[in-house]
Design a protein around this ligand. Structure first.
Ligand code: ADP
Length: 157
Protein backbone atom coordinates (compact mmCIF):
# COMPACT_ATOMS: atom_id res chain seq x y z
CA UNK A 1 0.00 0.00 0.00
CA UNK A 2 1.00 3.60 -0.60
CA UNK A 3 0.37 5.64 2.53
CA UNK A 4 0.26 9.37 3.10
CA UNK A 5 1.35 11.06 6.33
CA UNK A 6 0.21 14.68 6.06
CA UNK A 7 0.78 17.48 8.54
CA UNK A 8 2.06 20.97 9.09
CA UNK A 9 5.37 19.76 10.61
CA UNK A 10 6.09 23.27 11.88
CA UNK A 11 8.65 22.29 13.02
CA UNK A 12 9.19 18.55 12.51
CA UNK A 13 9.74 16.99 15.96
CA UNK A 14 10.60 13.59 17.47
CA UNK A 15 6.92 12.59 17.65
CA UNK A 16 6.59 13.05 13.88
CA UNK A 17 9.81 11.13 13.26
CA UNK A 18 8.58 8.21 15.38
CA UNK A 19 5.33 8.02 13.37
CA UNK A 20 7.28 8.27 10.08
CA UNK A 21 9.58 5.39 11.03
CA UNK A 22 6.72 3.16 12.20
CA UNK A 23 4.55 3.97 9.18
CA UNK A 24 7.47 3.33 6.81
CA UNK A 25 7.84 -0.12 8.38
CA UNK A 26 4.26 -1.10 7.54
CA UNK A 27 3.68 0.68 4.20
CA UNK A 28 5.25 -0.26 0.86
CA UNK A 29 5.75 3.43 0.21
CA UNK A 30 5.18 6.37 2.51
CA UNK A 31 4.65 9.91 1.28
CA UNK A 32 5.23 12.50 4.00
CA UNK A 33 3.52 15.67 2.77
CA UNK A 34 3.68 19.17 4.20
CA UNK A 35 0.27 20.82 3.98
CA UNK A 36 0.63 24.37 2.66
CA UNK A 37 -1.91 26.54 4.41
CA UNK A 38 -1.75 30.16 3.17
CA UNK A 39 -3.95 31.29 6.11
CA UNK A 40 -1.60 29.95 8.78
CA UNK A 41 1.36 32.04 9.88
CA UNK A 42 4.62 30.24 9.29
CA UNK A 43 7.26 29.42 11.83
CA UNK A 44 9.63 27.56 9.52
CA UNK A 45 9.06 28.14 5.80
CA UNK A 46 7.55 25.34 3.72
CA UNK A 47 10.88 24.92 1.91
CA UNK A 48 12.71 24.54 5.24
CA UNK A 49 10.22 21.97 6.52
CA UNK A 50 10.39 19.93 3.31
CA UNK A 51 14.16 20.06 3.29
CA UNK A 52 14.45 19.07 6.98
CA UNK A 53 12.01 16.18 6.49
CA UNK A 54 14.05 15.00 3.47
CA UNK A 55 17.17 15.14 5.58
CA UNK A 56 15.51 13.22 8.46
CA UNK A 57 14.16 10.50 6.17
CA UNK A 58 17.23 10.14 3.92
CA UNK A 59 17.93 6.69 5.39
CA UNK A 60 14.41 5.39 4.75
CA UNK A 61 14.39 4.10 1.16
CA UNK A 62 10.59 3.90 0.82
CA UNK A 63 9.86 7.42 2.09
CA UNK A 64 9.24 10.43 -0.14
CA UNK A 65 8.68 14.00 1.04
CA UNK A 66 6.33 16.32 -0.83
CA UNK A 67 4.11 19.37 -0.24
CA UNK A 68 0.54 20.09 -1.26
CA UNK A 69 -1.95 22.91 -1.35
CA UNK A 70 -5.67 22.36 -0.76
CA UNK A 71 -7.60 19.35 0.48
CA UNK A 72 -5.75 16.26 1.60
CA UNK A 73 -8.30 14.01 -0.17
CA UNK A 74 -7.70 15.82 -3.47
CA UNK A 75 -3.92 15.42 -3.14
CA UNK A 76 -4.34 11.75 -2.22
CA UNK A 77 -6.56 11.18 -5.27
CA UNK A 78 -4.02 12.87 -7.58
CA UNK A 79 -1.26 10.64 -6.23
CA UNK A 80 -3.46 7.52 -6.13
CA UNK A 81 -2.97 7.11 -2.39
CA UNK A 82 -5.53 5.01 -0.52
CA UNK A 83 -4.36 5.19 3.08
CA UNK A 84 -3.80 8.05 5.43
CA UNK A 85 -1.53 7.77 8.49
CA UNK A 86 -2.23 9.91 11.55
CA UNK A 87 -0.69 9.94 15.01
CA UNK A 88 -2.83 9.99 18.14
CA UNK A 89 -1.57 11.53 21.39
CA UNK A 90 -4.74 11.89 23.43
CA UNK A 91 -8.47 11.35 23.64
CA UNK A 92 -8.89 14.77 22.07
CA UNK A 93 -6.71 13.78 19.09
CA UNK A 94 -8.74 10.58 18.77
CA UNK A 95 -12.07 12.43 18.64
CA UNK A 96 -10.73 14.83 16.00
CA UNK A 97 -9.14 12.07 13.94
CA UNK A 98 -12.26 9.93 14.09
CA UNK A 99 -14.35 12.77 12.62
CA UNK A 100 -11.71 13.53 9.96
CA UNK A 101 -11.42 9.84 9.08
CA UNK A 102 -15.15 9.61 8.40
CA UNK A 103 -15.04 12.71 6.18
CA UNK A 104 -11.99 11.45 4.27
CA UNK A 105 -13.52 8.01 3.72
CA UNK A 106 -16.88 9.44 2.66
CA UNK A 107 -15.53 12.17 0.39
CA UNK A 108 -12.37 10.58 -0.90
CA UNK A 109 -12.55 6.82 -0.33
CA UNK A 110 -9.47 7.32 1.81
CA UNK A 111 -8.96 4.91 4.71
CA UNK A 112 -7.17 6.12 7.88
CA UNK A 113 -4.69 4.20 10.01
CA UNK A 114 -4.17 5.71 13.46
CA UNK A 115 -0.87 5.06 15.22
CA UNK A 116 -0.74 5.68 18.97
CA UNK A 117 2.03 8.06 20.03
CA UNK A 118 5.02 6.41 21.68
CA UNK A 119 5.40 6.91 25.44
CA UNK A 120 8.68 8.80 24.85
CA UNK A 121 7.14 11.37 22.50
CA UNK A 122 3.45 11.55 23.44
CA UNK A 123 3.89 14.98 25.02
CA UNK A 124 5.37 16.59 21.90
CA UNK A 125 3.64 19.04 19.58
CA UNK A 126 4.73 21.76 17.19
CA UNK A 127 3.27 24.30 19.57
CA UNK A 128 5.31 22.98 22.52
CA UNK A 129 8.52 23.35 20.49
CA UNK A 130 7.59 26.87 19.38
CA UNK A 131 6.72 27.88 22.94
CA UNK A 132 9.95 26.42 24.35
CA UNK A 133 11.93 28.41 21.79
CA UNK A 134 10.02 31.60 22.50
CA UNK A 135 10.85 31.12 26.20
CA UNK A 136 14.54 30.69 25.37
CA UNK A 137 14.57 27.03 26.49
CA UNK A 138 16.70 24.37 24.76
CA UNK A 139 14.75 22.18 22.33
CA UNK A 140 17.35 19.46 21.79
CA UNK A 141 15.25 16.88 23.65
CA UNK A 142 12.18 17.70 21.53
CA UNK A 143 13.43 17.71 17.94
CA UNK A 144 16.03 15.82 15.86
CA UNK A 145 19.50 17.45 15.74
CA UNK A 146 19.17 18.98 12.22
CA UNK A 147 15.89 20.64 13.25
CA UNK A 148 17.46 21.99 16.47
CA UNK A 149 20.27 23.48 14.35
CA UNK A 150 17.77 25.11 11.94
CA UNK A 151 15.80 26.51 14.88
CA UNK A 152 18.93 27.90 16.48
CA UNK A 153 19.84 29.61 13.21
CA UNK A 154 16.34 31.04 12.98
CA UNK A 155 16.26 32.41 16.51
CA UNK A 156 19.81 33.74 16.71
CA UNK A 157 20.09 37.50 16.01
P1 ADP B 1 1.74 19.08 15.65
O1 ADP B 1 0.44 18.84 16.37
O2 ADP B 1 2.91 18.57 16.37
O3 ADP B 1 1.88 20.52 15.19
P2 ADP B 1 0.88 18.33 12.99
O4 ADP B 1 -0.28 19.22 13.20
O5 ADP B 1 1.81 18.64 11.89
O6 ADP B 1 1.72 18.21 14.34
O7 ADP B 1 0.35 16.84 12.91
C1 ADP B 1 0.70 15.92 11.93
C2 ADP B 1 0.35 14.55 12.43
O8 ADP B 1 1.32 14.16 13.43
C3 ADP B 1 -1.00 14.41 13.14
O9 ADP B 1 -1.54 13.15 12.81
C4 ADP B 1 -0.65 14.45 14.60
O10 ADP B 1 -1.60 13.79 15.40
C5 ADP B 1 0.67 13.70 14.58
N1 ADP B 1 1.49 14.00 15.73
C6 ADP B 1 1.88 15.21 16.14
N2 ADP B 1 2.64 15.10 17.25
C7 ADP B 1 2.72 13.79 17.55
C8 ADP B 1 3.35 13.02 18.59
N3 ADP B 1 4.03 13.61 19.56
N4 ADP B 1 3.22 11.68 18.57
C9 ADP B 1 2.51 11.08 17.58
N5 ADP B 1 1.89 11.74 16.58
C10 ADP B 1 1.99 13.07 16.56
Amino acid sequence: MIALYPGSFDPPHLGHLDIIRRAAAIAERLIVAVAVNPDKSLFLSIDQRVSLLRDLTAGLANVEVDRYLGATVAYAARRRIGVLIRGVRSGQDLEQERALAIVNRTLGGLETVLLPAAAETVHLSGRLVREALAAGLPVDALVPAPVAAALRARTSP
